[in-house]
Write a protein that binds this ligand. Sequence first.
Ligand SMILES: Nc1ccc2nc(N)nc(O)c2c1
Length: 376
Amino acid sequence: MTFELQAQDPGSNARAGKVTTAHGVIETPIFMPVGTAATVKAVHQRELKEDIQAQIILGNTYHLYLRPGLDILEKAGGLHKFNGWDKPILTDSGGYQVFSLSGTRKIIEEGVKFKSHIDGSTHLFTPENVMDTQRTIGADIIMAFDECTPYPCEYDYAKNSMHRTHRWLKRCCERFDSTEGKYGFDQTLFPIVQGSTFRDLRTQSAEYIASMNREGNAIGGLSVGEPAEMMYEMTDLVCSILPKDKPRYLMGVGTPANILENIALGVDMFDCVLPTRNARNGMLFTTQGIINIRNQRWKDDFSPIDAELGGYTSTFYSKAYLRHLIHAQEYLAGMIASVHNLTFYLWLVKQAREQIKAGTFAAWKNVMVEKLMTRL
Ligand SMILES: Nc1ccc2nc(N)nc(O)c2c1
């Protein structure tokens, strides 16, 4: 994997670049739709490619390991063959999902013991077997096995957890660097900065992660309920330490406003379930602001969902029709709303890229953030 820095905004730390992987190019800043269990929920691969123009999607080790399981994924020739997405894929390592999904889990030096949320069976994730699992899934970019500390978090817990995450990272690197890709293409391992909301720990973690000299770096432990201002303060600090010539991936972020603010701080890659999760309950992000399509006011508004956005779904269907589908709990409701919201998120980062290349991102960002927060 390589990263080419193409432009830097004069008025902020925003930058535009290009990540090249075995399955193609990713233009940054980029938003990565979340495809947890081998699917971006309710969205066809064709829609992802043509309407949304996604460049990379996520998969998740925890989910895929439990279902369909590694034997099926290996027989298929890896996740790209299994779900038919032939562009880049990034997989999260499962640590975060074990904490957020598995009812019972126990953290030990070896790794994390947990019970499957599907059938209650017990499992142990270790840095080594999580690397092997991600080798089998076959994502282009894979994440280190870490602990995402909760918010708020005691200083001593955050410190001890960060040091364990650093010890696990060393084990991830040793295992990853001593194994090969299984399907004839190279994969890349990103380490993850932790340290919760403590400046000294974040500094220590960013310095340690940078010292591993991997091809890209991730920022974890944020977007876990902390105030946005705290997220921005930690991101700003960590981005000032992580090397400029490597992509920076802020995990689990976020709202459109969070994304623009973090692009200004120097982040290149984002993922979040918000666009698809909120779509299913009728929250639409549009070029004019946020719409709760369930609201009475859209009952007889036959204008397109978002005429400014382009793309088949956002211009072919009306607000009134989508409101009807949501109230009728029709399958098509979630499908239309998910494609629309993801089209918006990819449109937003494309606008940001263009503004950065034009050198006008900083002022544009401030105007856009205000507009995006408008509730229509
Ligand atoms: N907010 C998030 C989302 C996903 C994460 N995944 C990992 N592996 N680690 C974190 O800290 C995350 C934080």
